[in-house]
Design a protein around this ligand. Structure first.
Ligand code: FAD
Length: 420
């Protein structure tokens, strides 16, 4: 067991960091736990920022991982509004922005990701937004409400999950919404063209205008305010506000500056960790959006930017820091809600990895399960408005057994019976 006089430091006050701190205590660690985050809010969950909190259905208080008093009650030292600016691996210290130096025995980097920025003229204009933080959501809520009131136009660059969820929220406020996307369908790099089109249809039915296969080249302003956007097909689209939703980049600066092994950006980027979430330094771990972990059963390195990975990866890293044998091999999982469509996705099957898509149910009614297969084996499954099937879908993925596509497509055949 780890000595009581040890100090475990966690950098990053998001879900992965908070859950790691919680696990250190629940596993009986009674040394110092120090959680350092550069945001002023105590750790919160981000999914509601583009869904319930953005639409106004959820209260601000509901997004926090724990209430503020929980940290003191569990003897977790919180440093909020403080960035860690350097890690000295030799001295085993971290330095905060105000110059404070803190020694660690084990360190967890849970620094998450940050929105990618558009590199076009006009991004300095008032009315250009990103969505990552609670403060961003506070502002965007007001913007969407005002757009809805005034018949205003929101242009969203990027038809990924966040772009689409904000489109749905904005339509709920009554704003006009145009989405500009370089790929031919929404969510192209996750779902491929077959299922991406379904999301295009969903949003078109709710009045969203799409422009696929084009790049946003300029945000046009007047008196410092957004007026329109231009795309590389020569079109101009009216805009009173712009949301850049073009993905997120892992926050690897600390790891990079301290010489930890990273993964190439072309391979997804992130801090390279083994299956126990340990970095190239045996006293430093990484979890959540920033970690590119070797996945023991998928036999590949993956950086998963999803809630469930922060929820489970933080605790897994904490257990590894305590010296437990950890092999983090969860099937990647995420969820989304848009209008009256709710979905869950398990697995990993970007275009190029699968050779067949099998659908069970009715895509027209938007009530179905889609499976992505390679040589008859299920790589991933997405249930849309069909519930309580995550476990059998994940069992099918884990089993790696070939399944009969006809039986897979037949709703009268229980999924459980197909698990090899
Ligand atoms: C708007 C939005 C909606 C989402 N919706 C979904 C969803 O529906 N389903 C889903 O599965 N996933 C969703 N996600 C993704 C999910 O929220 C992330 O995967 C999750 O937040 C990752 O948690 P994390 O703890 O790794 O990182 P983060 O939540 O990014 O937390 C990292 C924290 O570390 C801080 N930090 C970084 N560097 C430093 C430093 N040097 N010093 C101190 N602090 C630092 C950051 O400011 C941040 O507070 C959504 C994300 C966003 C932004």
């Amino acid at each position: 067991m780890v000595d009581a006089d040890q100090t475990f430091v966690i950098v990053g006050g998001g879900l992965a960091g908070a859950k790691a701190a919680e696990t250190l205590r629940s596993e009986g660690f009674n040394g110092r736990v120090i959680l350092i985050g550069d945001e002023r809010d105590h750790p919160y969950e981000r999914p509601p920022l583009s869904k319930g909190y953005l639409t106004g259905a959820k209260e601000r208080d509901s997004v926090f991982v724990h209430e503020a008093a929980w940290y003191a009650a569990h003897d977790i030292e919180l440093h909020l509004g403080q960035a860690v600016t350097a890690v000295d691996r030799e001295a085993r210290t971290v330095r905060l922005g105000d110059g404070t130096v803190i020694r660690y025995d084990k360190l967890l980097l849970a620094t998450g990701a940050e929105p990618r920025r558009l590199v076009v003229p006009g991004t300095e204009l008032a009315g250009v937004h990103h969505l990552r933080r609670l403060a961003h959501a506070d502002r965007l809520r007001q913007v969407l409400a005002a757009l809805g009131r005034d018949n205003g136009h929101l242009v969203i660059a990027g038809a990924g999950w966040i772009g689409l969820e904000v489109a749905a929220a904005a339509r709920g406020y009554g704003a006009e919404v145009t989405v500009v996307e370089y790929e031919p369908t929404p969510l192209h790099r996750v779902l491929g063209p077959e299922l991406g089109q379904l999301f295009a249809d969903l949003h078109s039915d709710h009045g969203v205008r799409f422009h696929f296969g084009v790049k946003l080249t300029e945000i046009v302003g007047q008196d410092g305010m957004v007026l329109a956007v231009r795309t590389d097909d020569g079109e101009e689209h009216p805009a009173h506000a712009v949301l850049a939703a073009i993905g997120a980049a892992p926050r690897t600066a600390l790891a990079e500056n301290s010489g930890l092994a990273l993964v190439d950006r072309a391979d997804g980027g992130g801090i390279a960790v083994d299956e126990s979430l340990r970095t190239s330094d045996p006293d430093i771990y990484a979890a959540g959006d920033v970690a590119a972990a070797h996945h023991p059963s998928l036999h590949t390195r993956l950086r998963v930017e999803h809630w469930a990975n922060a929820l489970n990866g933080g605790p897994a890293a904490a257990r590894a820091m305590l010296g437990q044998l950890v092999s983090y091999d969860r099937v990647p999982y995420f969820f989304s809600d848009q209008y009256d469509l709710g979905m869950e996705y398990s697995g990993w099957a970007p275009p190029g990895t699968y050779d067949q898509v099998v659908v069970r149910g009715d895509t027209g009614k938007r009530e179905f399960i889609a499976f992505w297969l390679k040589e008859g084996r299920v790589l991933a499954g997405m249930n849309v408005n069909v519930w309580d099937v995550t476990e059998p879908i994940q069992q099918l993925i884990r089993s790696k057994a070939a399944v009969d596509p006809e039986a897979l497509a037949d709703p009268s055949v229980p999924l459980e019976s197909l698990v090899g």
